[in-house]
Ligand binder design. Structure first.
Ligand code: SF4
Length: 367
């Protein structure tokens, strides 16, 4: 079965580091945008799905009745499998009891809350709309309303962050009723306000060695707390891994609806337009579909599969592509095993601890 991704491109205010397709101050467009989403969803009517992820942007900016309308439209257009994992992203500054009830009533059973830090100085520098207490209280509110599958996001290498403040954020996180945590390092993207501040010397340049140290600390600390790393930046209580995101790393099929959403169906990739006006006019796609060659498919299977700590299954490779992984990539695999950045064990090729530190350069060689 496929996954379904729905993009909600609205935020209360742009964060300093954000280069996602999201817009602030467009509440008057919310109803029209949901109309457009419903219209695009109807093109997939009857498709069977077993994971849904409503991301953004900030989906939780939507008013309760709009959340209900969106959920009803998903249920009307798709065959939702029993036990479907249905996630919505939320920003602590935007959640209310009424919205949480609308989500639960609509079928949403997993919440991914963008906390980023439990330090107010760091949150202000990142341009977040909430403070640490609001973030903490929001997770408790969501749990109190009935969400028993909550994930939070934290960021490493934020301006003003110290080892101590990062450790405090991790400690606060694990004191909450969460089952999953994603820890991303700040990426200073061109064109963002934070980039300008780094360029002007207002913040010290991120230190890569320090970032790696925090990464190792995070994995060890969370493991002690029962949250095991299963992907480069993701940790979960066993059994609570994000099934939707696993579809991306497993190269399974997904349908993406909404502005700038991507789909992968029948070996082809489709991208939606990132122009709001084009999307609203019903012209959803940005261009031709990209049909992946066999080399593209095997390369992506390796590149994305190596993100998982379980690694790439030799048997699954053969099942999907009809050839042995060693025939296709024996040279590269041998080289990386020799360098100590990859290992083979129990039918899986995976990155070693050392390999995780240089993951991007290893993965790139497969595509
Ligand atoms: S809430 Fe998320 S999508 Fe919105 S501006 Fe901040 S980082 Fe970007």
């Amino acid at each position: 079965m496929k996954g379904l991704y729905i993009h909600i491109p609205f935020c209360v205010k742009k964060c300093e580091y954000c280069d996602f397709v999201s817009f602030s101050g467009m509440e008057r467009e919310h109803d029209g945008y949901i109309d457009a989403l419903i219209s695009e969803m109807s093109e997939y009517r009857g498709a069977a799905i077993d994971t849904i992820f409503i991301g953004g942007g900030t989906p939780s900016v939507l008013a309760p009745y709009r959340i209900s309308r969106l959920c009803a439209a998903v249920a009307a257009n798709f065959k939702i499998a029993d036990g479907c994992e249905w996630t919505m992203e939320a920003n602590p500054g935007t959640l209310t009891r009424e919205k949480l009830k609308a989500m639960l009533n609509g079928g949403i059973n997993r919440l991914s809350i963008g906390v980023q830090s439990f330090n107010d100085t760091e949150l202000r520098a990142a341009g977040r709309i909430h403070d640490a207490k609001t973030a903490y209280d929001t997770v408790l509110l969501a749990a109190g309303c009935g969400f028993n599958n909550i994930s939070i996001d934290l960021m490493a290498s934020l301006p003003y962050q110290t080892d101590d403040s990062f450790r405090t954020s991790l400690n606060r996180a694990v004191s909450l009723p969460i089952k999953h945590i994603s820890v991303y390092s700040l990426i200073v993207e061109d064109g963002t306000p934070i980039k300008e501040k780094y360029d002007r010397g207002i913040y010290n340049a991120p230190d890569e060695d320090n970032d790696r140290r925090l990464y190792h600390y995070t994995a060890a600390f969370l493991k002690e707390c029962g949250l095991l790393r299963y992907e480069i930046s993701n940790y979960a209580i066993p059994g609570c891994e994000s099934r939707h995101n696993m579809k991306y790393w497993d190269c399974d099929e997904y349908i993406g609806v909404g502005i700038a959403a991507a789909s992968y169906i029948d070996g082809a990739r489709y991208s939606n337009t990132d122009s709001f006006s084009q999307y609203m006019s019903g012209n959803y796609r940005s261009g031709e579909r990209e049909i992946l060659t066999e080399d593209d498919k095997t390369g992506e299977f390796m590149m994305l599969g190596l993100r998982k700590t379980a690694g790439v299954s030799e048997a699954e490779f053969k099942r999907r592509f009809g050839c042995d992984i060693s025939d296709k990539y024996g040279g590269l695999l041998g080289k990386f095993i020799g360098l100590g950045v990859m290992e083979y064990d129990g039918g899986f090729y995976r990155l070693t601890e050392r390999g995780l530190d240089v993951a991007n350069s290893v993965m790139c060689e497969f595509v």
